[in-house]
Design a protein around this ligand. Structure first.
Ligand SMILES: Cc1ncc(COP(=O)(O)O)c(C=O)c1O
Length: 396
């Protein structure tokens, strides 16, 4: 299978959010990849295109079968049936409908910060309030704060979990998830597990689907899944809500209808089937390439950017850089992430995502997207190195 991750098409002037929003800069920010999708996906889309008619489409049994087979064989999550899956237009739509179904305006929804930035507006748009359960950064690693979660769970209706976690790159273990599940179960908190990054895990770490926890925990949850992140087809917009319980299914189905996001894209159906049925080998090759990219960043920082570090990346292709070494003497931490991101963009033509986009807990960090050819990554790292030096030496 052709897996050419070193050479990619030029995406400039293609209406790409990543490349065309900040023209003239090297964009390692928004989470899509610069690689062409797997050949089976491109062939399936071409075939669908050649049909020439793009009317409303029924979602066929083969779509649900592809999901069921993939998660059973790849992740040991067995027994997914058509009756458990609600297709929708994206993972944001999936978790937003799940929140809507299990909250009333004014309710509190827990997120573990720093967390995916679009969690915050989804909570607000459902008339709810965000309750932060900040992750703890200790000895260069992130862990959950269960004591704080317990206190927050006593006040909340929903936990919006990110499994694996964007942006800190943790792949939660079964033990960690069981502790979360126990707390939520005792406080009757509904769990919405965003698992969009589930395919993207690195050696030594494997994804635990929330739905493979004991049934008493799974009953009161939904899992939001999609092939779009790992197979680089985010613009095609397709995702699914998994609900184990038929009453949960009915409530989320209703919310998806109320939000008018129940009709999926004909290309999404074709792409999902080709991804799950035929693109596993491409994904394996991608993961090797991304892992080499991650190691490139660690080596570069160690050799050439003294003081910069990143927690061990266990999954996702998003590197969470602790950039506090760039701070000027006496500079306050508050606002640093944004100032440094602006400096990198304006003076060195490098666009990263400021850590505070993911909540105040992201102060001091920047998020770097690894999913690009190695030459692009090395170019970005050189700019980052120069950026650290020029920022540190600049006058406040
Ligand atoms: C954790 C997480 N959830 C959801 C999304 C967006 O999903 P979609 O484009 O399917 O709505 C992203 C995109 O980066 C993400 O990182």
């Amino acid at each position: 299978m052709d897996c050419h991750f070193d050479s990619c098409p030029d995406r400039r002037n293609t209406e790409s959010v990543k490349w065309d929003l900040f023209p003239g800069t090297l964009p390692l920010w928004v989470a899509d990849m610069d690689f062409k999708a797997a050949p089976p996906i491109r062939e399936a889309l071409q075939k669908r295109l050649d049909h020439g008619i793009f009317g409303y489409e029924l979602v066929p049994d083969s779509y649900f079968q592809a999901i069921s087979n993939w998660f059973a064989s790849r992740h040991g999550w067995t027994g997914i049936a058509r009756e458990n899956i609600i297709p929708t237009t994206g993972v944001i739509a999936a978790y937003s409908a799940s929140i809507k179904a299990f909250t009333r305006p004014g309710d509190k929804v827990i997120v573990q910060t720093p967390c995916y930035n679009c969690f915050f507006p989804a909570i607000r748009n459902n008339g709810c309030e965000t309750l932060e359960n900040p992750l703890v950064y200790e000895d260069g690693k992130y862990r959950m704060d269960y004591e704080d979660l317990e206190a927050k769970a006593a006040q909340a209706s929903v936990l919006l979990l990110c499994n694996p976690q964007n942006p800190v790159g943790r792949v939660w273990t079964r033990e960690e998830l069981l502790k979360v599940a126990d707390i939520c179960h005792r406080h009757n908190v509904f769990v919405v597990s965003d698992e969009i990054h589930c395919e993207l895990t690195f050696p030594g770490h494997s994804y635990t689907p929330w739905a493979t926890l004991p049934e008493e925990y799974v009953k009161n949850s939904t899992s939001c899944i999609s092939p779009t992140k790992a197979f680089n087809i985010a613009g095609i917009q397709i995702a699914n809500v998994f609900a184990h319980d038929s009453e949960v299914y009915a409530k989320v189905d209703r919310a998806i209808n109320q939000n008018e996001c129940c009709d999926v894209n004909v290309f999404g159906v074709a792409a999902l089937k080709a991804a799950y049925n035929e693109s596993g080998p491409w994904l394996d090759a991608l993961l090797e390439y991304l892992w080499d990219n991650a190691r490139t960043v660690y080596c570069f920082m160690e050799d050439l950017i003294p003081g910069m570090s990143a927690p061990p990346i266990e999954g996702t292709y998003l590197m969470w850089l602790d950039c506090r070494c760039a701070m000027r003497p006496g500079e306050p931490l508050e606002g640093f992430s944004e100032r440094f991101a602006k400096h990198l963009q304006e003076k060195h033509g490098l666009t990263l995502s400021a850590g505070t986009l993911y909540g105040a807990a992201g102060e001091g960090f920047e998020r770097l997207n690894l999913a690009c050819p190695r030459t692009t990554l090395l170019d970005a790292l050189s700019r980052l190195k120069e950026g650290v030096e020029s920022y540190r030496n600049s006058i406040i």
